[in-house]
Design a protein around this ligand. Sequence first.
Ligand SMILES: NC(=O)c1ccc[n+]([C@@H]2O[C@H](COP(=O)([O-])OP(=O)(O)OC[C@H]3O[C@@H](n4cnc5c(N)ncnc54)[C@H](OP(=O)(O)O)[C@@H]3O)[C@@H](O)[C@H]2O)c1
Length: 252
Amino acid sequence: MNSPHLSEQRILITGAAARVGKTVAHYLADCGCTLAIHYHTNDQSARSMRDEFRDRNIRCEIFQADLSRFDTLHNLVDRAEDAVGPLTGLINNAAIWHPTPFKDVTHRDWNRFFNINLRAPFFLAQRFAQIADGRPGAQIINMVDIFARRPLSEYSPYGMTKAALHYMTEVLATELAPGIRVNGIAPGVVLLGEDEDPDTDEELQKLQRQIPLGFHGSPDDVAQTIAFLLSGPSYITGEVIAIDGARRHITV
Ligand SMILES: NC(=O)c1ccc[n+]([C@@H]2O[C@H](COP(=O)([O-])OP(=O)(O)OC[C@H]3O[C@@H](n4cnc5c(N)ncnc54)[C@H](OP(=O)(O)O)[C@@H]3O)[C@@H](O)[C@H]2O)c1
């Protein structure tokens, strides 16, 4: 059995006004999805995405929220549902990522990583599950990381939140079946940071050479995989799909 066509789906995606989330939103809009786009600080980008999509007759609403705050979480799902109609999908994409050497991690760092990267997806998923259970195609997709399953030195709070998100994907797939499927995406590098330049950074070049496929991925790889999960076979749940050129299998 296949999932409903993307043009029949209404998707809430967090952190979708920039970078990977923005590419995913554009890809889903091109497929005819109705979109509820969440953003935190990228107000101008969110507005121009909404205006562009509406000009193309794609239904789109935008929602600002700081996901480090607990009181915004259920409320964000309800605001999106009120504005675009019954949601069929939630993509937990928003996150923070920066180095935090273990000896320097502060309580504030801990709270920010765990609140934004883990508590927010958890309680957004909870509200989505309360209202979307049994809707055709209902699905939660979590943006995990290949470093959920292997250590990344100097990124311990980040990695721990992604490890827990990976676990959450698997456990919710069992707990929310059969009414909601829960899957994840585990990228390697699909988009470098703004201050990272592969033309000048020797470490990045070395890393790229070590990836079995020999190159970094792209946000399009993520978007295509998300579209596949949303529109393809409806028997996939509890799966976290790696998009990493087989980097997770190398030992260095
Ligand atoms: N980039 C990669 O190669 C890569 C690799 C592995 C995993 N991932 C995962 O894939 C996802 C997307 O990656 P990315 O590089 O595009 O992520 P990103 O740029 O680091 O962050 C995505 C969005 O999260 C939002 N965000 C940050 N703090 C927030 C807060 N307090 N409240 C609400 N939203 C907040 C930001 O929204 P605003 O811009 O509106 O402020 C931002 O656009 C993330 O979950 C990331 O961990 C990415």
